[in-house]
Design a protein around this ligand. Sequence first.
Ligand SMILES: *Cc1c(COP(=O)(O)O)cnc(C)c1O
Length: 370
Amino acid sequence: MHRDTLIVHAGYRKHGEPGPFLPGPQFSSTYSSPGAPSQHALTYGRFHNPTWTAWEEALGTLEEGHAVAFASGMAAVAAVLGVCLRPGDVLVLPADAYYTIRRLAAGWLEPLGVQVRLAPTRDNAQADALEGARLLWLETPSNPQLDICDIRALVEAAQMRGALVAVDNTTATAYLQQPLGLGATYVVASDAKGLTGHSDLILGHVATADDERADALRTWRTQHGAIPGPMEVWLAHRSLATLPLRVSRQCASAQELAQFLDGQPGVETVRYPGLPGHPGHEIAARQMRAFGSIVSFDLGSRARADAFLGALTLVREATSFGGVHSMAERRARWGGDAVSEGFIRFSVGCESVDDIITDVTRGLKAAISR
Ligand SMILES: *Cc1c(COP(=O)(O)O)cnc(C)c1O
């Protein structure tokens, strides 16, 4: 069957099996389990939960690997770093990696004796930092600058040096990009963004093709305790069936918005991997099914960016991305990314693209009057 069809049914009860299509959330901290614990599939709520099992089966279909769900994207990131790295190891991170991952590496891993090397995503620059590395961390498209690196080429470079590879796939989602199929050891994502798309929960997951690595991640989760809540997992699973519809619409609208913005007065640069002039366009076209829901652009100054955001009446000013409701923010307000003061990260939702462009036109008019 078509992949979209498999996603609509992923992790649901099998066709012909009586009962709900998708069982409701299982709220249990403990389960009746007399005698030897090994006789029971369910014993204690930090070890397992049938709601997680169904969700992980669905994620496994998407990633084509074994998936382990976590309480947040950062819990998933920390689990991969935790199971891979020991004092003396070298971690190669994107210099433009998600800000909190860079903070975690500097604040937790470096004091433990892990050497952290930073190199940009663009131009596969991380390939030159791999000597002696234990783990290569990739993020493509990077957030918020939407730079692209070649996953397959970097996996090959890492394998030659015996390094593992993890890909933060949050911006693309497993719908658009499957790093395990390109040879990565791990794929990691925040499921608070485009994968679930309704801006109503925080979750994360890791997937790997390797059984033993998946077991090690489950042990990490049990021991560190960053377990997902059953309500969040059930909401996420409920959202997954519309993933192909949502993301297809968002990508088509994002492409249209990017083309509209390119050349508009007041817009200094537009970054979208779907624009032929984007430096990573050809690689993205090879390794992604479409180019994603985020369009970034520079309005040249903080005053212009603030005027743009202040004039919007449909698009909400908020952080995060990938939701069905369009949102935008002036990224420099956080201080963690190397972006200019007028840089806008725009997340295209599922509204009519005409309405989105009408709102953006209103914003741009306000911006250029500043
Ligand atoms: C949001 C995000 C994370 C962290 O995920 P949380 O669910 O917020 O913990 C990690 N990487 C990227 C690229 C993100 O956008």
